[in-house]
Design a binder for this molecule. Structure first.
Ligand code: OAD
Length: 375
């Protein structure tokens, strides 16, 4: 860092409102740490109570600071303290003009906290769009496109995979921390495993069932349930067995790989209770071994779920695929069976494998939230 740079205060966050502005300034020290201070121009916050408030031309132009920049005593020495400097102002409701590239993620998460807390619905979609375009420029045009497609679509089907639930702290299968990187699926998730090594099979599914009890649906599940209620989406086909779409309130769900909350005898197929399975009881009708109602490798998908998913996909003009590696047949074929637009939202996007109209790399919950803010 050269001397000139060291003396430079940079704009971290610049906000405007009718007749004024607030600027959070930051300076990087030799050590790499930042110090921050705020500069406030005269402001009139009255307009902000009006939900339809949109910045006028005069608030769009860059304001020169009238008030003196605060002196050293008022400098904040950490980001947490810096954002607190804005506590006295309704800053999320002001017009964001500039966000320093190195602080985009931090500003965005501070904004999310405020939105969850004090401001909620008071921030209009125009304002949120501006915030997201400044804080998350990599997502902005894609999220915009998806929100338009979603609003214009008359039939939308969602296809989800394990990545939908990782933000609920449930591992997926094929990521680094995923189940199949720690356990060979052939030893626990096949019809052979059920027959030949019931103890390990039982241990694996008991662990997953008990693990689920500590988790709950995340914001992504909630948003999809809300979209269904608003008529924005018509069906969810899921490879997940956790039941979280149902728990979040979605109704039209097709569980392609069954449910880990249903139990039956592996021999006579009579239904059983979770507690019987967990306590390793035998079937009370035939004495056979109990199992969860998940699809094991080597088994057919539930016919009705498959047929209905396919019907929805075929009549969709938009199919949104979320959090799946699309490595497991036949669910992997569903996105190819629509004439509608296809969207892939995934933490890792591999352009060579998936022929989607739109691909958005990111966490399901975060992306759905951005889209939700625009619809
Ligand atoms: P995978 O583990 O194969 O794929 C999950 C995908 O989600 C990966 O590509 C991750 O990068 C991505 N991902 C993880 N967290 C995410 C997040 N927060 N947001 C967005 N994407 C995220 O899981 P599935 O494709 O669901 O079947 O696996 C399909 C089937 O394989 C499962 O239903 C299961 C398994 O064997 C059976 O057990 C029959």
């Amino acid at each position: 860092m050269n001397k000139a740079m060291e003396n430079d205060w940079q704009t971290i966050l610049s906000l405007g409102a009718e007749g004024g502005s607030i600027t959070l300034l930051g300076k990087e020290q030799h050590s790499g740490e930042w110090v921050f201070k705020k500069a406030v121009n005269e402001m009139n916050f009255d307009d902000l109570e009006d939900e339809s408030f949109q910045p006028t031309k005069s608030t769009e132009k860059v304001c020169t600071l009238k008030s003196p920049i605060s002196n050293r005593g008022n400098e904040a020495t950490s980001w947490e303290k810096a954002i607190k400097l804005l506590d006295h102002y309704p800053w999320p409701m002001l017009n964001p003009r500039e966000v320093h590239p190195a602080f985009r993620k931090r500003v965005w998460s501070a904004l999310q906290k405020e939105v969850k807390g004090k401001y909620g619905d008071r921030i209009n979609s125009y304002r949120l769009k501006k915030w997201s375009s400044l804080c998350l420029p990599e997502y902005s045009p894609k999220v915009d496109t998806l929100s338009k497609w979603l609003q214009n679509s008359t039939h939308t089907t969602i296809l989800t995979g394990a990545g939908m639930s990782t933000e609920s702290n449930i591992p997926d299968f094929r990521s680094k921390e995923g189940w199949w990187n720690n356990i060979d699926p052939r030893t626990v998730a096949t019809t052979d495993a059920l027959r030949d090594d019931y103890d390990l099979f039982h241990e694996f599914y008991s662990m997953r069932i008990n693990g689920l009890k500590q988790c709950k649906p995340n914001i992504g599940h909630d948003i999809l349930a809300d979209w269904e209620q608003k008529g924005l989406i018509q069906a969810i086909a899921t490879q997940n067995v956790d039941g979280f779409h149902t728990l979040a309130g979605s109704k039209n769900i097709y569980e392609l790989h069954g449910s880990i909350h249903k139990f039956r005898c592996g021999n006579c197929a009579m239904s059983a209770e979770e507690e019987d399975f967990l306590s390793e009881s035998n079937c009370k009708y035939c004495g056979g071994k109990l199992r969860p109602g998940v699809v094991l490798f080597g088994e057919m998908l539930p016919e009705e779920s498959w047929r209905d998913s396919l019907t929805h996909i075929q009549k969709s003009d938009l199919v949104i695929v979320i959090g799946t590696s699309l490595e497991v047949y036949p669910a992997s074929q569903l996105p190819k069976m629509t004439n509608g637009k296809t969207v892939y939202i995934n933490a890792e996007v591999d352009t060579t494998h998936h022929n989607f109209d739109l691909m958005i790399e990111g966490k399901a919950g975060e992306i759905l939230k951005l889209v939700d803010e625009l619809v």
